[in-house]
Design a binder for this molecule. Structure first.
Ligand SMILES: [Zn+2]
Length: 76
């Protein structure tokens, strides 16, 4: 038994890649490695702008501001 070199989870007996990784290789040969990498990175990785916005949003939850005093309208 040899472990699959791509996923390193499944064991292979006859082929060099497991069944799931063979599908990935077939898609890679069909669409090209750069296209597959671009799709994976654009779908799976978070963009830096999204990370910054999430950090700001989560940080606001922990910030405590003193309650604002309501401005009372003075009747003349
Ligand atoms: Zn595999």
């Amino acid at each position: 038994m040899i472990i699959c070199p791509l996923c390193q989870e499944n064991y292979v007996f006859v082929s060099s890649l497991c069944q799931e990784c063979s599908r990935i290789r077939k898609l890679s040969s069909l669409y090209g490695r750069n296209t597959i990498l671009t799709i994976l990175e654009s779908v799976l990785l978070r963009k830096q702008v999204g990370i910054i916005k999430k950090t700001e949003l989560e940080g606001k939850k922990f910030l405590t501001y003193p309650p604002k005093k309501e401005i009372e309208e003075i009747e003349v």
